[in-house]
Design a protein around this ligand. Structure first.
Ligand code: KG4
Ligand code: ZN
Length: 342
């Protein structure tokens, strides 16, 4: 099967061609970073209007670089949830138009499930059950995964997503947008000086939820000099004009965020006896998080599946790849498929 995938759930306009074995024949991602950077975050209306302009050239480029004619496609896959509704509709309408014109099946795909699939996409025989973390700008969730199509949510963030926290902390520190890569870069230059930031691990629910708003607020208060007397005696004062101080805060935040994500991933693994662990989504591109997960997995002799960075962030290859499993399972859809923000 040759499947075209289309992904427009947020600010990346992406199309990819994947064959039945999961081999990626093309993977085109057109980023809108420059459009949204002046606003410090994704502006939904700007995103959907930009998708309208780029979706057809991006699809054409994906077909061209894969050396596949539209008629040779066996199915059209598209992200239909969750995401920004206007952005999702652009991709969904393009996919429906192609499916109708070419007489090919349409396969709607859940974006978060696809982030999990991206972790195991290149693995010969992934081990299940798998403890999988999806950490992106809009989502922070933990799943027990029994196959690419069997995901059971076991934990989620109660407030900010991890990527959102990276983006907001970067904004507080004046590091620019998108925040994840900016924090990672700034932290690389950090010396030994560290700020003692909290590692929130909410105890309610199943004990596997996350909370990032307190950590973000802790950074905000530190940057404003609002620390407890006790802390002030043991911590350096934050100086926003001093690049070393900014780097130290970026590194301290990155460590705290990576710590809680890694802790929860392995707590979940232990809870249901996972045979492997995985992490996908934009934040899973973070080197410190990858290193922490790899170290802990090695200590426990658990296999770890981390997608290459280009497949951790938003892309359409993961959409086409997961669609192959959905189609092979026998599920069929008509053109009444709708888009959903949640
Ligand atoms: O999965 P993704 O590309 O889009 C969504 O589905 O949201 O994730 C984007 C998020 C952004 O918040 C971005 O700051 C974060 O992933 N991110 C990173 C890194 N690269 C991207 N966070 C930490 N370290 C990185 N290297
Ligand atoms: Zn995503």
């Amino acid at each position: 099967m040759i499947i075209l995938g289309i992904e427009t759930s947020c600010d990346e306009c992406a199309a990819a061609v994947v064959d039945g074995g999961g081999t990626i024949l093309s993977n085109v991602v057109s980023s809108q970073i420059e459009l949204h950077a002046p606003y410090g975050g994704v502006v939904p209306e700007v995103a959907s209007r930009s998708h309208m302009e780029t979706i057809h050239p991006v699809i054409a480029e994906a077909l061209r670089t894969a050396h596949i004619a539209a008629n040779d496609l066996d199915a059209i896959a598209v992200t239909h949830r969750p995401g920004l509704i206007g952005s999702l509709l652009v991709g969904l309408c393009a996919a429906k138009g192609l499916a109708l014109a070419l007489g090919k099946p349409l396969v709607p795909v859940n974006h978060v499930d696809a982030h999990v699939y991206a972790c195991v996409a290149g693995i010969d025989e992934p081990l299940y059950p798998l403890s999988a973390l999806v950490v992106s700008g809009g989502h922070t969730s933990l799943f027990r995964v029994d196959s690419p199509l069997e995901l059971e949510p076991v934990g989620r963030t109660l407030d900010d997503a991890a990527g959102e926290a990276f983006d907001k902390v970067a904004a507080i520190l004046g590091l620019g947008y998108p925040g994840g890569p900016a924090i990672e870069k700034a932290a690389r230059g950090a010396g030994n000086e560290r700020f003692a930031l909290p590692r929130p691990l909410p105890t309610g629910g199943g004990g596997l939820d996350f909370s990032f708003s307190g950590l973000k607020t802790a950074v905000l208060y530190r940057t404003r000099g609002m620390t407890s007397k006790k802390r002030r005696t043991v911590e350096p004062a934050f100086d926003g004009d001093d690049p070393e101080s900014v780097a130290a805060m970026a590194a301290s935040f990155q460590e705290a965020a990576a710590d809680v994500l890694t802790t929860r991933l392995f707590q979940a693994a232990q809870k249901f006896g996972a045979r492997a662990v995985a992490a996908g989504g934009g934040v899973a591109a973070n080197s410190l998080l990858r290193q922490q997960i790899e170290e802990k997995a090695a200590a426990l002799s658990l296999p770890v599946y981390l997608p290459p960075r280009a497949l951790a962030t938003d892309n359409a290859a993961m959409i086409a790849g997961l669609a192959g499993h959905i189609y092979a399972s026998g599920r069929r859809f008509d053109l009444s498929v709708d888009a959903f923000a949640g």
